[in-house]
Design a protein around this ligand. Structure first.
Ligand code: C5P
Length: 222
């Protein structure tokens, strides 16, 4: 980024999975590695932004040059950390794979196996972090991710509209791409346009994504 397209902007990025504890030794999680979000945070910092990275449980070192990293575990913790960090941010990029549900209660002690019986877990819905930000009167420019296995464009455009986002980065999960992989391919959608970012290393994709976010941000927020 010769021209540091996000110079002086405050950018918050969420990355990684969330873990929802069942008891002291078990949790419900997902296969997000956090690599895409960390690459996006690194690219935003390279573009001159002051970056706060809110990370779920991942085994990744912080990218160089980010201003702040906040480690969280559950969706509720991520929601709280993002809400606080995004209060004075210009751009929020939600690259985390936030769990949709959490166990109703977290058992204080390890659950014991009841041989021969079924076990039912009661789940409560988690808050939607992006949707809750977009419901606030003044909110940052909002970018979401959509990992889909089918009907990528229609699901992504629906999400863009339903969650009140400025942009959405959709990727097809599968074919050796998406979670836990070094490569990805993204189609970006906004209200009146789209852009194809073909299969590439996540670091390269992240830089392209930041270029598009910066130009769209300038178009709608000056
Ligand atoms: O609806 P879906 O989970 O597929 O949407 C994905 C996008 O929404 C991602 O950007 C993710 O970070 C965000 N999200 C969120 N809060 C949730 C669930 C998803 O911010 N509870």
């Amino acid at each position: 980024f010769g021209d540091r397209v996000l110079h002086g902007k405050k950018v918050v990025v969420s990355a990684g999975p969330t873990y929802e504890d069942i008891d002291p030794v078990r949790f419900i999680g997902n296969r997000s590695s956090g690599r895409m979000g960390f690459a996006v945070a690194e690219a935003a910092a390279q573009a001159g932004a002051q970056v706060t990275l809110v990370a779920g449980p991942v085994g990744l070192a912080s990218p160089p040059n980010i201003a702040k990293r906040i480690d969280v575990r559950s969706a509720a913790q991520m929601h709280a950390a993002v809400t606080e960090a995004a209060a004075d941010a210009d751009i929020y990029i939600g690259a985390a794979a936030v769990g949709d549900y959490r166990p109703n209660t977290i058992a204080a002690h390890k659950l014991k196996k009841q041989a021969g019986a079924e076990l039912t877990l009661q789940l409560a819905e988690n808050p939607d972090i992006l949707a809750s930000l977009s419901a606030q009167r003044a909110h940052p420019f909002l970018v979401g991710f959509a990992a889909e296995t089918q009907n990528v464009e229609s699901y992504a455009r629906d999400k863009l509209q339903r969650k009140g986002l400025d942009m959405i980065a959709a990727n097809q999960v599968g074919d050796g791409m998406g979670f836990e992989t070094a490569d990805n391919a993204i189609t970006l959608y906004w209200v009146d346009g789209s852009a194809e970012l073909p299969r590439a290393d996540k670091a390269i994709l992240a830089r392209q994504l930041i270029e598009h976010i910066a130009s769209r941000y300038k178009a709608v927020r000056g």
